[in-house]
Design a protein around this ligand. Structure first.
Ligand code: ATP
Ligand code: MG
Length: 422
């Protein structure tokens, strides 16, 4: 089967072909990175829009901003015919819908603006990187599936595998979703070099992004990490909160600057983050100074890089040297990740803290923010008590640890032993 429209031919393989014919009400299209999941969903959206005049489909991700980077590029460049009037203004980041001449419409949205989504009804819902959603998100999306223009209504989620306990995997295991397995051989466009890069990943990230299996975080350093618990929507930080910044230098690896606020309950909130590779410290310093305008900080904690620190200081950013002790620092962070008596952890990350996504890191399948580092921050497998974390993609992890250790000091080891011995 080849679908030719305009100058953009598409031939679906394997799971992608099954997806086009499948009428199941809930579908989970899962698989490793770059296997053509998103393309397949978008092709189906476009075909249904052409076939069923007046249909409405929702294209959704956790945040509207993340749609622009990934899904909408493929939609506009690979799927939609070139030169259609629906590609006029406004520009991609502001586009809210794609109207077809036959009255069909594809609406784009993020769950971060869910009131817009919830006020209308759809024939189809396409959720991309659905592991970022909660099951509540998914179930509230399902209530919107009743436009009734198409002979069937359908919600399709695409995702890389996550932990086996993830609600998407569980939902499919319970038979509530039809599972389609997308595999590397389903995408003829994928390069050997890309595959090789995936093959070089380590730990759970390799399991999920290369092998495509729902792999646990047994080896995770911060196994308490749970996006549903430790990430929150943004809000304006009150002026009087204590603030600190923490920095991990890098060039090939990302340079990370985290802005933390400390609320009256001693909860640390990451409210802004710079996570950028291949930039000069000079440029980062300018960005930091700009972003920090009007705020004041108790300290800016950095790792050991004399030249980098000197550059920051030239731009009016005085620095404090981080205490780098790894293992006890990790214990201090772990204490903060635990849920306190008030039902909340004492370290939280705002979901859209990131100033800007580094597209080079995205392309390399590397984490693009501190929150993305958690699942891949693992102990060396099979190691004994003297185990250390695998030192890859740990730049946000380091900066976060410096901030925690600055506030809390190092975990008192002798105390720990006593507690354990009780
Ligand atoms: N059958 C196909 N023919 C030609 N190109 C394809 C095909 N399937 C996918 N591609 C192209 O391969 C690239 C990767 O596909 P896509 O983004 O859909 O992968 P994905 O599985 O969603 O990846 P990720 O897990 O990273 O989200 C895209 O540029 C897409 O257009
Ligand atoms: Mg995708």
């Amino acid at each position: 089967m080849t679908i030719t429209q305009d100058n953009k031919p598409y031939r679906p393989y394997g799971s992608a072909q099954n997806l086009l014919y499948c009428h199941a009400p809930e579908i989970l299209m899962e698989g490793p990175a770059g296997t053509g999941k998103t393309r397949a969903l978008l092709e189906k959206a476009n075909l249904c829009a052409l076939k069923y005049p007046g249909m409405r489909a929702l294209l959704v991700r956790k945040t509207r901003e993340s749609m622009t980077e990934s899904v909408l590029v493929t939609l506009e460049e690979k799927v939609l015919p070139t030169g259609w009037p629906m590609l006029g203004s406004p520009s991609r980041p502001h586009r809210q819908s794609y109207h077809y001449p036959n009255g069909s419409v594809l609406v784009t949205a993020g769950m971060d603006r869910s009131s817009r989504i919830m006020s209308t009804e759809y024939d189809m819902i396409f959720a991309f990187e659905a592991r970022e959603l909660t099951e509540d998100d998914w179930e509230s999306l399902l209530t919107r599936l009743r436009n009734g223009v198409m002979p069937y209504q359908q919600a399709i989620a695409d995702t890389n595998p996550d932990a086996p306990t993830h609600w998407l995997n569980q939902r499919a295991l319970r038979g509530q979703m039809t599972r389609l397995l997308s595999r590397h051989q389903d995408n003829p466009a994928v390069s050997d070099e890309y595959q090789k890069r995936l093959n070089q990943l380590t730990g759970v990230r390799r399991d999920r992004l290369f092998k495509g299996i729902w792999s646990g975080q047994e080896g995770a350093v911060y196994d308490l990490w749970d996006p549903a618990v430790h990430q929150i929507d943004s809000y304006e930080i009150p002026h009087e909160y204590r603030r600190i910044r923490s920095i991990d230098f890098g060039y090939t690896n990302p340079f990370v600057c985290q802005w933390w606020a400390i609320d009256p309950d001693d909860r640390m909130i990451l409210y802004r983050e710079l996570y950028q590779s291949h930039g000069l410290v000079e440029d980062h310093a300018k960005t930091i100074a700009e972003q920090s305008d009007g705020e004041s900080y108790e300290a800016t904690i950095t790792d050991h890089d004399a030249e980098g620190r000197a550059t920051l200081e030239r731009y009016g950013i005085p620095t404090t040297l981080a205490q780098k002790s790894l293992r006890s620092g990790i214990q201090s962070v772990t204490r903060r990740l635990k849920i306190a008596k008030d039902g909340k952890p004492r370290l939280i990350l705002m979901r859209d803290a990131l100033i800007q996504t580094d597209s080079r890191l995205l392309e390399q399948q590397k984490p693009t923010s501190t929150s993305h580092e958690f699942p891949g921050y693992v102990w060396h497998r099979g190691a004994d008590v003297s185990e250390t974390p695998v030192m890859v993609n740990d730049h946000g992890m380091d900066a976060m640890r410096y901030a925690v250790v600055y506030l809390d000091g190092l975990e008192n080891n002798s105390l720990d032993v006593r507690v354990l011995g009780q």
